[in-house]
Design a binder for this molecule. Structure first.
Ligand code: FAD
Length: 252
């Protein structure tokens, strides 16, 4: 997933708060000339140089929410999460027009299989950009269910989706250890036929969903994309190591 691609320099041209927990940043780069038109929904790796650790680059993956090839522009929607010390989030909070950043990528987008009856999208705010991008690209005749965990009511961003998709928002209670997202998903009545299951969220929640869909609902691995985008209490370097070990140990 994290293959090395050439590096590009991006310049911030515009910023906008979409809600108090989401900041959209628009970037321009002449280096986007060789991006294919359909990079929306793929991810880039933002590269941060940290002098204290010997000029090592810290990598943070982010989804390309929009790509406007003619203008050589992309949008990235950053979750302004509450944890301290997130290098990417701190950068995004302060970012303003003229700021520059290096990225590598784009990384591949997971394929949604065509030969299914419906699609189940499950995610949190970190994967809302990827889910929204997917929904804008799929056939408008498709059916499915979307469940997204957000921090507050105002994080219900406008989603352009095919008419026959149900949309459920779940608001995460601040001081709760409860897995509201999981409870909501389990409470829903399934549509008829075989689904493709797309899940991206926090690591421990991802594991619960993976068990539920693969082991309890017996959905074959090739009809699922189940991934963790971050891990509670761990930065992306720690998360990446844990994710690698988990992937090696996991048997479907
Ligand atoms: C393929 C892919 C695409 C992604 N796309 C997006 C995207 O479009 N927008 C986006 O906002 N994120 C996206 N993410 C998630 C993002 O890369 C992580 O949230 C990242 O860890 C944020 O970096 P940071 O420097 O702010 O925090 P880190 O330094 O990695 O972590 C610092 C602390 O913040 C906590 N933390 C990290 N992320 C979150 C979060 N989302 N919510 C609550 N606490 C958190 C950690 O648990 C840790 O305690 C994506 C991840 C992947 C793998």
């Amino acid at each position: 997933m994290f293959e090395i691609k050439r590096e590009r320099k991006l310049k911030v041209t515009k910023t906008e708060m979409l809600s108090s927990h989401f900041k959209r940043i628009t970037f321009f780069s002449r280096d986007f000339f060789d991006f294919s038109e359909n990079e929306k929904g793929a991810y880039l790796k933002l590269l941060f140089l940290k002098k204290e650790i010997g000029d090592k680059k810290l990598v943070r993956p982010y989804t390309i929410r929009n790509f406007r090839k003619k203008k050589l522009e992309i949008d990235i929607d950053f979750v302004i999460h509450q944890s301290s010390n997130g290098i990417a989030t701190e950068w995004a909070l302060k970012a303003s027009p003229g700021d520059e950043i290096m990225v590598s990528g784009p990384g591949a987008k997971p394929d949604l299989k065509d030969d299914v009856d419906w699609i189940f999208f499950i995610g949190d705010m970190s994967s809302l950009p990827a889910i929204s991008s997917n929904l804008e690209e799929i056939d408008t005749n498709k059916t499915g269910i979307i469940v997204i965990e957000i921090m507050s009511n105002e994080d219900k961003l406008k989603i352009r989706k095919p008419r026959n998709f149900q949309l459920h928002w779940v608001i995460k209670k601040k001081s709760s250890n409860h897995n509201e997202l999981y409870d909501k998903v389990l409470s829903l009545k399934w549509l008829s036929g075989n689904p493709f299951v797309w899940v991206a969220c926090e690591f421990d929640k991802m594991k619960k969903f993976r068990y539920y869909f693969h082991k309890e609902k017996k959905i074959k691995k090739e009809f699922t994309y189940i991934s963790s985008y971050w891990k509670e209490g761990s930065n992306q370097e720690q998360h990446k190591k844990i994710k690698k070990i988990d992937n090696q140990q996991y048997t479907n």
